[in-house]
Design a protein around this ligand. Structure first.
Ligand code: ADP
Length: 637
């Protein structure tokens, strides 16, 4: 019962947009509203069950947690009630008036304003509590937070505002009454509701009961007393504790969506129990798509930790290392004490041992998949390889194993390659693994520094993930072969292999001419370059920049600069291509008197061109434009 202290409040603008869509939704699978409510109710029970173990101020009214669905056919209402943690006034306003974390925020981010497209998004995201407005004209939420004296009521018809006031409620928990829309009366039917619960919520670990009053008369023409009695409609046991053979793919999938707050399908699952020294059960999933929080700076682990079926924590537990943070699911330990607090989980030896064993199992599982079902593993790698590679520098113990597991794109291999595959294909005289980092694959493929390698059939790995620069910094090796960036240091590729296409071997400036030219260029460019040298790294492009032997790799330097870790970019080596027509012309004229003045503009343009190829800003774009025009003018004259 609300009283005089009822207050009217507006929804946050995004919520209003969302609700408007819900109210007017023509989405065909409206039944998901029940899944969302049950999922929230189950989380609320989990939270309280944990809370009473660790927080003395929290008390539960009874030992049995549960979710009750009650239908009043005459009044056209469905009530979903739980005896979980409940919400106080502030919680109600925050949770049911703004965009709460998880799913809903992602949904709103992707809303386009185009009703048709947005409706399709409901299927992809589910939209939590707000989905009730697809089936209800008005909704009353009455809630009492465990340990609180007062109960509160939230009422809304989903149009712009809600009312909040005090209420009477004896027991802790939340009760949601939905006044069902005319066109949604199918949801008042017992059969339909039962079906929805078993389809979407069978895995929920607390009992869900269903009671129908005012429904169809029984065979004797009397009120159906049987239907009025709450009967349990779900399995009600923790899904991970059931034998695998009893669980259908659909049930696994629904559980994944519930436990991972996910909306895609799991790409892979791992379900097993361990007995003996340690006892625990694991049900983990690899998502198909990157979860929204994958690159949050906290890099939080989202696997839920249970102790003897009791939910303990779903954040920050050290159950899995940061580089496996995309995994979703449950680990249920028999060995930890029930009243373990979240703080106690950090550096806990039982957790550490379990974490090591589970991590090992996951890697072994990936290894098996990679040989038995390469396309499946590669799809997972495509999505999460960028995260798994963090383990190469974070998890020293597993570096070797992770390097072996890693997949890369390369200049010669189709699709993904392993490092072992690369080493096998290496040229006889080749001693290093060549790579280029810094941008997405398609851009890397166009790097001028690649030209000489491609011409000689020397394979180069194309590493497009930001993390690559970091693990490569640790200068690991693979089977005794070091990793060498093709944008750093001098490399005489002819020592490894000759250009494959001899016919393509073009005229080249003589060594003497090149010495004169590089000396001249160094004089013109001064400290803007650390060196100028002839290179066989290039075939089609006139020039490119590389880092010096001792310098930081260029991609790494760019990352540091972007993070303000570096004041000034260091001067690079300008490499020039003796077979390129422009360089040949410059080389011919470099020995003439007055060459330094005559060729100065062209030399500067070479440097600027190399910078543009790298995507680096020009020091002086006005000067670039001026030189470009004057050189063009001379050329066109
Ligand atoms: P989500 O579940 O994706 O966070 P919802 O819109 O479904 O989004 O719910 C928002 C928040 O409201 C939940 O995260 C939870 O804190 C709170 N909430 C919803 N239903 C309940 C409930 N039955 N008991 C307690 N808290 C709830």
């Amino acid at each position: 019962m609300s009283d005089v202290k009822t207050e009217k409040m507006g929804f946050e603008a995004e919520v209003s947009r969302l609700l408007h869509m819900m109210v007017h939704s023509v989405y065909s699978d409206r039944e998901i509203f029940l899944r969302e409510l049950i999922s929230n109710a189950s989380d609320a029970c989990d939270k309280l069950r944990y809370g009473v173990q660790t927080d003395d101020s929290l008390k539960s009214d009874g030992p049995d947690y549960g979710i009750a669905i009650a239908v009043d056919v005459k009044k056209k209402t469905i009530t979903v009630a739980d005896n979980g943690i409940g919400m106080d006034r502030a919680d109600l306003i925050e949770n049911l008036g703004t965009i709460a974390k998880s799913g809903t925020a992602g949904f709103v981010d992707q809303m386009t304003g185009d009703a048709k497209k947005d409706v399709q998004l409901i299927g992809q995201f589910g939209v939590g509590f707000y989905s009730v407005f697809m089936v209800a004209d008005s909704v009353v939420v009455t809630s009492k937070k465990a340990g609180d004296e007062n109960a509160y009521q939230w009422t809304s018809n989903g149009e712009g505002s809600f009312e909040i006031g005090e209420a009477q409620k004896e027991t802790q928990g939340t009760e949601i009454i939905m006044h069902i829309k005319e066109d949604a009366s199918e949801f008042l039917e017992e059969y339909r509701l039962k079906n929805i619960v078993t389809t979407y919520s069978d895995h929920i670990a607390v009992p869900i009961t269903l009671a129908i009053s005012g429904g169809p008369k029984n065979a004797d023409g009397e009120d159906d007393k049987e239907a009025e009695k709450p009967t349990v409609v779900n399995e009600g046991s923790a899904i991970w504790a059931r034998p695998k053979a009893d669980i259908t793919d659909e049930q696994y999938q629904e559980f994944y969506r519930h436990v991972g707050h996910a909306f895609d399908e799991p790409a892979h699952k791992l379900h097993y129990s361990v007995e003996g020294m340690q006892e625990y059960t694991v049900l983990l999933f690899v998502p198909t798509k990157k979860p929204m929080d994958l690159f949050d700076p906290e890099r939080k682990n989202r696997v839920k930790l249970y102790v003897k079926r009791v939910f303990i924590s779903d954040e920050g537990s050290d159950i899995l290392p940061g580089w496996l943070r995309f995994m979703r699911g449950v680990v249920d330990s028999q060995d930890l004490p029930l009243n373990v607090s979240r703080e106690m989980l950090q550096n806990n030896p039982v957790v550490t041992r379990m974490s090591k064993a589970i991590t090992k199992k996951i890697i072994t599982d990936f290894e098996k998949m990679a040989t038995k079902d390469a396309p499946k593993f590669e799809a997972i790698w495509e999505e999460f390889g960028g995260v798994i590679k963090e383990g190469i520098y974070e998890d020293f113990e597993r570096r070797e194993q992770l390097l072996k597991l890693s997949r890369f794109k390369s200049t010669t291999a189709d699709g993904w390659t392993t490092l072992a595959g690369y080493v096998e294909r290496m040229k006889d005289k080749q001693t290093e693994i060549f790579y280029v980092t810094g941008a997405e694959e398609a851009v890397l493929r166009k790097s001028p520094q690649l030209e000489g390698f491609v011409a000689r059939g020397i394979e180069v790995l194309l590493m497009g993930d930001a993390v690559d620069d970091f693990w490569l910094q640790g200068s690991p090796d693979f089977e005794g072969k070091g990793f060498t960036s093709i944008t750093r240091g001098a490399s005489n590729l002819d020592d490894i292999a000759e250009a494959e296409d001899k016919a393509d071997k073009k005229e080249t400036a003589t060594e003497g001419q090149m010495t004169t030219l590089t000396t001249l260029m160094k004089e013109v460019l001064g400290d803007k370059v650390s060196d100028v040298r002839a290179s066989n790294r290039l075939t089609a492009t006139a020039c490119c920049l590389v880092a010096s032997d001792t310098g930081m790799d260029m991609a790494m330097e760019r990352i540091m600069k972007a993070h303000n870790q570096l004041g000034q970019m260091t001067a690079k080596v300008l490499e020039i291509n003796p077979t390129h027509a422009v360089i040949r012309k410059l080389a011919e004229r470099a020995g003439e008197t007055g060459a330094i003045d005559a060729l100065g503009d062209a030399v500067w343009l070479m440097l600027d061109q190399a910078k543009i190829l790298e995507g680096d800003p020009l020091d002086d774009s006005a000067a670039f434009a001026r030189r470009m025009s004057s050189v063009l003018e001379a050329g066109l004259a």
